[in-house]
Write a protein that binds this ligand. Structure first.
Ligand code: 8OZ
Length: 369
């Protein structure tokens, strides 16, 4: 082994991780009726040699759902389903947190309570698609026109995050990741393109970051900051979000997060699942980390997007603490062992990313041991 750091343990908040390799959150749409299944327990436990597993994005409420067949965390049968997942992962020696998700405007009336409009900071439709099941087939459709959330609805949303965090711990998770990335609700509030509010939640950087910081405070108050992480994507164009001036926005966000004692900050660098550098959206991630550290932030710094072994080792040498792998974890349940020996790697099959059953989910082979 030329570099052991990727395979070395990390004490992070209340969690002891066996290595620095993280399974990124990956939407797989295999939970009919929003209830986690035994097949999902198999899938996650197959990948339990990761230092940390982050579940697929998991709606905190019916209103927070935007896609068909994603598992929720707001009903008793969902928690019972997740308990099978967390038990299986723990039995296999792994650690698992769940990703708390509210999609905001990235939804469709057919998925919403009473077929209502999806909610958003402002009534600005996202030019993006979501997935419905049409005649049994996963089908991409345009998102629906959203309605702007009233000021007096926001405490209820903060409360939903809090409740879901408590439910996660009750279901056996080691912690939670607050999904504030990829153009979903919290990212919609952060960014100027989707937030046109004129109240205390719109306009200035401080106002646009307010909901996010209230959510983090509520979740950490409920379950402890040492088992809470957050995911941010400063410049991703995913789900049609854009900010006019992202560097000062995110510098402010991480400086505010610094004293809260989070277990980790999870950064998507560049375009989610796409290029790591965007000519029209430059961003300085080193400056961001410096802003966080100089404000006293001690959380682990987790990087994500298009990492392979060499790039991951370089990131750790450059000061990152954890590297999250997405597509390579879909195709390689034993990714840690494969990285350790430098390959070979199975190739992911895009046709089975979203929806379906065991094919392309639990049937990727591990290396013989
Ligand atoms: C792919 C398909 C559906 C949702 C994200 C939760 O981008 C997602 C997602 C990804 O964060």
């Amino acid at each position: 082994m030329s570099d052991t750091s990727l395979f070395s343990p990390l004490a992070m908040g209340s969690l002891q991780l066996a290595n620095r390799i993280v399974m990124a959150p990956l939407t797989r749409n295999r939970a009919p009726g929003a209830v986690p299944t035994p097949l999902m327990a198999t899938y996650y436990s197959q990948r339990a040699t990761a230092g940390l597993l982050i579940t697929e994005a998991t709606p905190i409420s019916h209103q927070g759902q935007g896609y068909a067949d994603v598992p929720g965390l707001y009903a008793p049968e969902q928690m019972a389903g997740w308990r099978q997942v967390t038990d299986a992962v723990h039995a296999a020696g792994g650690k698992i947190v769940t990703q708390l998700w509210h999609v905001g405007r990235v939804s469709h009336t057919s998925l919403q309570p009473n077929q209502g409009a999806p909610v958003a900071p402002s009534a600005v439709r996202a030019n993006t698609k979501t997935v419905l099941i049409v005649d049994g087939v996963p089908t991409f459709v345009d998102t629906s026109e959203p309605r702007a959330l009233a000021l007096d609805e926001l405490p209820g949303i903060v409360g939903d995050y809090r409740r879901a965090a408590l439910a996660a711990i009750e279901a056996g998770f080691d912690g939670v990741e607050i999904h504030a990335a990829n153009g979903y609700l919290l990212d919609q509030f952060l960014k100027t393109g989707s937030n046109q509010r004129t109240d205390a939640y719109g306009g200035s950087v401080e106002n646009r970051a307010r909901l996010l910081l209230q959510v983090v405070q509520a979740v950490t108050d409920a379950i402890g900051s040492g088992r809470t992480g957050i995911r941010l994507s400063p410049v991703t164009p995913a789900n049609d979000v854009v900010d006019a001036d992202p560097q000062p926005l995110f510098d402010y966000v991480v400086r505010q997060l610094a004293p809260l004692g989070l277990a980790y900050l999870h950064l998507i660098e560049g375009a989610t699942g796409g290029p790591r550098e965007l000519a029209d959206r430059p961003f300085d991630y080193v400056a961001l980390r410096t802003a966080y550290r100089s404000a006293g932030g001690q959380g682990a710094w987790m990087v994500n997007n298009g990492y392979d072994l060499a790039l991951a080792q370089q990131a750790l040498a450059d000061g990152a603490d954890l590297v999250a792998f997405g597509k390579s974890f879909i195709a390689n349940p034993d990714l840690v062992a494969r990285l350790r020996q430098g390959g070979p790697f199975n190739k992911p099959d895009r046709n089975t990313f979203y929806g379906g059953g065991a094919a392309g989910y639990t049937d990727y082979p591990a290396l013989p041991v």
